[in-house]
Design a protein around this ligand. Structure first.
Ligand SMILES: Cc1cc2nc3c(=O)[nH]c(=O)nc-3n(C[C@H](O)[C@H](O)[C@H](O)COP(=O)(O)OP(=O)(O)OC[C@H]3O[C@@H](n4cnc5c(N)ncnc54)[C@H](O)[C@@H]3O)c2cc1C
Length: 419
């Protein structure tokens, strides 16, 4: 079976690796001509780490990233709203890993090259269009550097893992237009902190109109120096308007430092972290409406191509990795490729649809919204207006929605086929 994966991001690469482990060989067509470790931090929740562990990657993940132990939500004035253990500290069999997106992509790329050989990766291939016939799919690419048309490629199965601006998705939904923007910009940076400056804690503070999220993504083994990833959410446009999208657009620190000048708490000093950061990147908070169908006979969608979501609740890469594993599982265990792709969609589309919609309603960060709505005045005692049980329910309900409720996870299997 000739399998073509369009897009060599985290999802495309995890799909190639997962297919290889079940004896199916894929070719990955990636638009970028020369891979580079772009982006800043991401979080991988325990159910995604379980799948990467099945691929034999746990040790490499832990040496590149950080095993998150705790999560803290607080109001903008520092009042603590919610605190919970995470990953192995919460009793999961698998850690939650905070890691640099680019490092994870490079780690996966190395694995794909080692397992499938360099010929499996076709860089500089920008998919322009595809045409499906009864015996296969013809793929039309241009060369990234020259723009010239490349020889037509043929595949029996095509997986569109080409991100939020997916050309495969556009083929089936040509009138969809640009992603939806909620008017919030994400200012992202990475700051080097001295050894011991912060623990393996994910900090969440503020509310949807001014938020700070920060967590360590790497600790240098020799010096103990910490790479601390952070994001400031601020409104910069009208919801529904057209944002400028570029993962590498630079932003200015001074305005941010001013906006966050009072966000200083015993365990974290937000203005100092922003001041000491390297480049600050600005990106709009965008998603797309959930789709009614991903699979069209021999062709399907995965990851951000299928279900781009607001980066709330650490589910972007997590859900894409689970897609990748489910795809390989069903292609290996179903009698035909088309029934494998149909089963994959049946398993994955309903849940990811719920997450996209849940994230529009603030996902687990709803705990901050409710605290802000009910207790914005400092003299209000939070527990009088927002009982602890209600906060606990928000946290648990999101875990159930996103598939990492500890009980559900312990009772379920990974997507490794039984041998
Ligand atoms: C450069 C970059 C930086 C990012 N930085 C962050 C970050 O810092 N934090 C975060 O939470 N998320 C980040 N993301 C998004 C995050 O990686 C995804 O939300 C998540 O990992 C799902 O991954 P994906 O593989 O589905 O999509 P993506 O990571 O978007 O990967 C899609 C891949 O498809 C390729 N591609 C696109 N169009 C075509 C085409 N027509 N033909 C062939 N190939 C194509 C792209 O070059 C890319 O490599 C970033 C994405 C990119 C592309």
């Amino acid at each position: 079976m000739r399998i073509a994966i369009i897009g060599g991001g985290i999802v495309g690469l995890t799909t190639a690796l997962s297919l290889c482990r079940v004896g199916l060989r894929a070719t990955v067509y990636e638009a970028v001509a020369a891979p580079a470790p772009l982006g800043v931090g991401i979080n991988l929740l325990p159910h995604a780490v379980r799948e990467l562990t099945e691929l034999g990657l746990l040790e490499k993940l832990l040496s590149a990233g950080v095993s998150a132990q705790q999560l803290v939500y607080r109001m903008a004035d520092g009042r603590e709203v919610w605190r919970e253990p995470r990953g192995t500290a919460a009793g999961y069999a698998w850690p939650q890993v905070s890691i640099h997106r680019g490092q994870l992509q490079m780690l996966l790329l190395d694995e794909v090259m080692a397992d499938l050989g360099e010929g499996a990766m076709r860089f500089g291939h920008v998919l322009q269009s595809l045409s499906a016939g009864p015996t296969g799919v013809a793929l039309h690419f241009t060369d990234r550097r020259s723009g010239a048309a490349l020889p037509v490629e043929h595949a029996d199965v095509v997986i569109g893992a080409d991100g939020i601006h997916s050309a495969v998705r556009r083929h089936f939904y040509p009138d969809e237009g640009r992603p939806r923007w909620n008017g919030i910009s994400l200012f992202r940076g990475v700051t080097r902190l001295p050894a011991g400056a912060v623990g393996a804690v994910t900090h969440w503070a503020g509310h949807s109109k001014q938020k700070f999220v920060g967590y360590p993504i790497h600790v240098d083994e020799a010096s103990g120096e910490i790479l601390f990833n952070w994001i400031c959410d601020l409104p910069t446009g009208a919801p529904g308007s057209t944002p400028r999208e570029d993962w590498n657009r630079r932003a200015d620190a001074a305005g941010l430092i001013e906006r966050y000048r009072d966000w200083r708490w015993p365990d974290i000093d937000v203005p100092a972290i922003i001041r000491a950061a390297g480049d600050i990147l600005e990106f709009p908070m965008v998603d797309r409406d959930p789709l009614p169908q991903w699979t069209f006979s021999r062709i399907t969608l995965a990851g951000d191509a299928a279900h781009p979501m607001y980066p709330i609740g650490s589910n972007g890469a997590t859900q894409g990795i689970i897609d990748a594993r489910a795809l390989a599982y069903f292609l290996a265990t179903e009698p035909t490729a088309t029934s494998g792709l149909a089963k994959y969609e049946e398993e994955r589309r309903p849940r990811t649809t719920e997450i996209v919609l849940g994230n529009r309603a603030h996902g687990p960060d709803r705990v901050l919204e409710v605290a802000h709505e009910r207790a914005a005045l400092r003299h209000t005692t939070l527990s009088d207006v927002f009982p602890l049980e209600e906060r606990a329910a928000i946290a648990l309900n999101y875990k159930r929605l996103a598939g990492f409720d500890p009980a559900e996870l312990a009772a379920s299997r990974s997507y490794t086929p039984e041998s």
